[in-house]
Every structure is written in structure tokens, then in C-alpha cells.
Design a protein. Structure first.
Length: 271
């Protein structure tokens, strides 16, 4: 008789957390969701903890909440909680301006740059995990897309405009590009990482950048008109290395361009 696996999702009501909860329950895991606002750390054994708590688009307006979620609250869990493993969701944003996107690369941050508050807090959370002496895994997530994306998400704004107005105005250059990964791939990989015996950092990304031009071309094929603002800024993120995860799990991911038609249909039905 198999023993049911137990998961505890901290901040499990967010975008990734909701999808992870559904995936784990479908795979017969026992799941408990604990909101980020719940300051009491449970004293019972919590199985495999997935730390999904954090801020994304609004971190500039909420710097204290950002540090609390990414560092202070995390520290309480690492110090007091009873668990088999803790998987901390970080971000590939930490590779901005880095010479390499390998998990072992040295990273650059500037405390005087407002946008680096997010990177600094994530890296502090990572360091706290690694120095805690606990069984931890750190997953640096790429730009996650899928159903029920946050409204402030770049891709969600594009899809909403495409379905509502049949017209999209891009505010960054056609050559702007970054890595996108489907939330389906994310939630399938996270429990495998949690159950693995190896601690450390893993990039969870597609390993392939998608440009604004590629997104626009795909949208125009289904009747959406697209334009780019004149002198729009060029925003190019580095290609994320994924060899470590592929070597361990043979990781293969979905293609955003191929997924765009089904995403458009979903957003059209939601209006």
C-alpha cells in the first residue's frame, strides 16, 4: 500500500500556487495551502513545502512587503518549520547583466537601482536557504504563462488587447525578447525537483527566447493587427541555460508560439 505524499503550499493562492495545487491533488498528493498573510508557522510535520509566496509586478510600490515575503517570512519557515524538503521559487530575473545564466554564475546587482530590489531580495532568500542547513531546493523560474495569468503580466495584457480590440500596440521593440515557460511545465517539474535528493539551484525555463516580433507574427495570422511604438525600448533578456535540469530529468517544455492560439481562445471566452 503506497503512502500518500504530503505537500504544503505557502502562498498557494497565487498564479503558480493555484496550478501547482491542482496538479498535486490530481496526482493524489495531500495538499494544504497556507496564505502568505498567515504569520503562524504550523508545528506539525508539513511534508514537502513549496514556498510560492512573493510579489511580482507591484514590487516597486511595495518594497517592504517584497522583502518580507522573499526573505523575512521565508526565514521563519527555514528556522521553525518541520518538513522533508522546502522548494523556494526564485526568478531568472537575477541573471540581469550577468556574464552567464548558469546556476553557478556570479551575479550583478546594484542597490541604487529600483528594479534590483526584487533581485536582491530573491538572492537573499536563496542565500538564506543555502546557508540554513535544511533540505532545500531553489527553482529560478522564467516568465511563466498560462491560464489565469496576473493582469499585470506583459503577455496577459497582450492577449487581453488581442481578444478585446483585435489590435495590440507593443511598447517595446520588435527585437525585444525573453524566455517563456508554460505553467503546465512548471507544475510538472516542481514535485520532481522536490522529491529529488539533490539540494541546490535549478533553472526552470524553456532555454529559448521568444521575441515580440514572433508573438506579433503569430497574432497577425489569426486576424489581430499589431503595431510597435516608434523608438520603443529594446529589452533583451539573456538566454537561460537549462542543461542542469535537462541532464537530471530530461526536461522538455512547451512552445509559447504554438500555445498562443489556445491562450487567445481562453481570453476570448473570458470576456
Amino acid at each position: 500500500m503506497s503512502v500518500q505524499r504530503q505537500a504544503t503550499l505557502v502562498g498557494g493562492h497565487g498564479f503558480v500556487g493555484r496550478h501547482l495545487d491542482a496538479y498535486l491533488r490530481a496526482a493524489a498528493w495531500s495538499c494544504e495551502l497556507i496564505p502568505r498573510t498567515d504569520k503562524e508557522i504550523p508545528t506539525r510535520h508539513l511534508g514537502h513545502v513549496f514556498y510560492c509566496a512573493g510579489l511580482t509586478a507591484d514590487f516597486r510600490e511595495r518594497p517592504f512587503d517584497t522583502v518580507e515575503a522573499h526573505v523575512s517570512y521565508l526565514g521563519q519557515w527555514l528556522k521553525s518549520a518541520k518538513f522533508d524538503s522546502l522548494t523556494y521559487l526564485s526568478s531568472t530575473r537575477v541573471y540581469a547583466d550577468a556574464a552567464s545564466t548558469s546556476e553557478s554564475a556570479s551575479l550583478l546587482v546594484n542597490p541604487g537601482v529600483a528594479g534590483d530590489l526584487y533581485n536582491l531580495s530573491k538572492l537573499m532568500g536563496e542565500s538564506l536557504c543555502l546557508q540554513s542547513g535544511r533540505s532545500v531546493r531553489i527553482v529560478r523560474l522564467s516568465n511563466v504563462y498560462g491560464l489565469q495569468m496576473p493582469e499585470q503580466n506583459f503577455l496577459a495584457e497582450i492577449l487581453s488587447a488581442a481578444t478585446r480590440d483585435k489590435h495590440v500596440r507593443f511598447r517595446s521593440a520588435p527585437e525585444s525578447e525573453k524566455d517563456y515557460i508554460s505553467v503546465r511545465d512548471v507544475v510538472a517539474a516542481l514535485p520532481r525537483i522536490a522529491l529529488d535528493s539533490c539540494n541546490g539551484i535549478f533553472n526552470l525555463a524553456s532555454g529559448v527566447n521568444v521575441s515580440n516580433r514572433m508573438i506579433a507574427d503569430s497574432l497577425m495570422k489569426v486576424g489581430v493587427t499589431c503595431e510597435f511604438e516608434a523608438n520603443a525600448p529594446l529589452i533583451k533578456f539573456p538566454r537561460i541555460e537549462t542543461q542542469k535540469l535537462e541532464a537530471k530529468f530530461g526536461n522538455r517544455t512547451c512552445d509559447l508560439v504554438q500555445d498562443l492560439p489556445s491562450l487567445l481562445q481562453h481570453y476570448g471566452e473570458a470576456i
